[in-house]
Design a protein around this ligand. Structure first.
Ligand SMILES: NC(=O)c1ccc[n+]([C@@H]2O[C@H](COP(=O)([O-])OP(=O)(O)OC[C@H]3O[C@@H](n4cnc5c(N)ncnc54)[C@H](O)[C@@H]3O)[C@@H](O)[C@H]2O)c1
Ligand SMILES: O=C(O)C[C@H](O)C(=O)O
Length: 329
């Protein structure tokens, strides 16, 4: 038996699709390690508590050795009490023909209430990942409603975009994702995101020497930007298993560190790095050590192409921020 103290992991929207693909993997140790017990603190809206009960019954029936307890509630102050990790998934998904920012009106209020609850009852070191869309701006709302917590504790998920970008590049170059290093997603988890291959290598060779510029600009970037919409069109529902996988990977990397000579993309609080407006939650290349992230310094963003793409996604994030100004104390 492990001697480690259990860590408390809150998951919101715990009866939803992403959570169904995520909770069992967290409970089996895939997120925080095979020697780390966890207590799951699950939040749902009142009408979904019955469905949540079913999920909890299934979690019990797995008899996971690392699952040290389960809380199920419709009260954020109960769900977030003393938590070390928060995966904020609970929010409406978009349907066909919508942009993620069209969800702002429906979802923004959720994150101001949850930011306040995190501020009041979570561990002061809580690591928060916002998955619910529009993820960057929802993370901003939660962060601004939690004035007693370090803004660095709040992150938004662009790891799914990062993984998509790696897989598409590996396919094009007849390699595997293991050969692809130093991918970057800049900016918003939206169709303005900038999947940037400038620093990226495949088997140690510069990615941009291996692919045609026309394919990069005209096919690759738009396909990565539109992958979420393509999945909604094909599946009739937004990505769930791949989103759950990315959320687990984001938290695992944050907690346990990045691989040597590589980095990941994370939506994090900007302190003005790369000229991005301070206070936005913007996706940057990040390394993680000892449970802390830092933005990679010195990536070449000097081309007009990069400058234009990074500014466009920053502009969209500023507009989203301004649209929810009433929720930003
Ligand atoms: N960042 C990303 O890469 C990414 C990827 C995929 C999906 N998403 C987003 O994740 C969100 C969830 O997707 P899903 O497919 O699981 O949706 P879903 O509708 O299957 O599940 C959402 C769940 O959240 C619950 N919920 C709603 N309001 C809540 C609240 N205030 N507190 C707690 N729970 C609440 C609902 O009852 C529901 O069970 C959507 O906003 C979707 O767009 C983000
Ligand atoms: O595209 C969506 O709305 C869901 C999610 O954000 C995704 O990228 O798959």
């Amino acid at each position: 038996m492990s001697m480690k103290q259990p860590l408390r992991v809150a998951v919101t929207g715990a009866a939803g699709n992403i959570s169904y693909a995520m909770l069992f993997r967290i409970a089996s140790g895939e997120m925080l390690g095979k020697d780390q017990p966890v207590i799951l603190q699950l939040l749902e809206i009142t009408p979904a508590l019955d469905a949540l009960k079913g999920v909890v019954m299934e979690l019990e029936d797995c008899a996971f050795p690392l699952l040290a307890g389960i809380v199920q509630t419709d009260d954020a102050n109960v769900a977030f009490k003393d938590i070390d990790y928060a995966l904020l998934v609970g929010a409406r998904p978009r349907g066909p023909g919508m942009e993620r920012k069209d969800l702002l009106e429906a979802n923004a209020a959720i994150f101001s209430a949850q930011g306040k609850a995190l501020n009041d009852v979570a561990s002061r070191d809580v690591k928060v990942l916002v998955v619910g869309n529009p993820a960057n701006t929802n993370a901003l709302i939660a962060q601004r409603n939690a004035p007693d917590l370090d803004p660095r504790n709040f992150t938004a998920m662009t790891r799914l975009d990062h993984n998509r970008a790696m897989a598409q590049l590996a396919g094009k170059t007849d390699s595997t994702v293991n050969d692809v290093k130093k991918m970057i997603i800049w900016g918003n988890h939206s169709s303005t995101q900038y999947p940037d291959l400038t620093a990226c290598t495949v088997n140690g060779k510069p990615a941009l020497d291996l692919v045609d510029r026309t394919w990069y600009e005209g096919t690759y970037i738009p396909e990565v930007q539109q992958r979420g919409a393509a999945i909604i069109k094909a599946r009739g529902a937004s990505s769930a298993a791949s989103a759950a996988n990315a959320a687990i990977a984001h938290m695992r990397t944050w907690a346990l560190g990045t691989d040597e000579n590589d980095w990941v993309s994370m939506g994090v609080y900007s302190n003005g790095e790369y000229g991005i407006a301070e206070g936005l939650i913007y996706s940057f290349p990040c390394t993680c050590t000892n449970g802390d992230w830092s933005i990679v310094d010195g990536v070449d963003v000097s081309s007009d192409f990069s400058k234009e793409k990074m500014a466009a996604t920053e502009q969209e994030l500023s507009e989203e921020r301004d649209a929810v100004a009433h929720l930003l104390p």
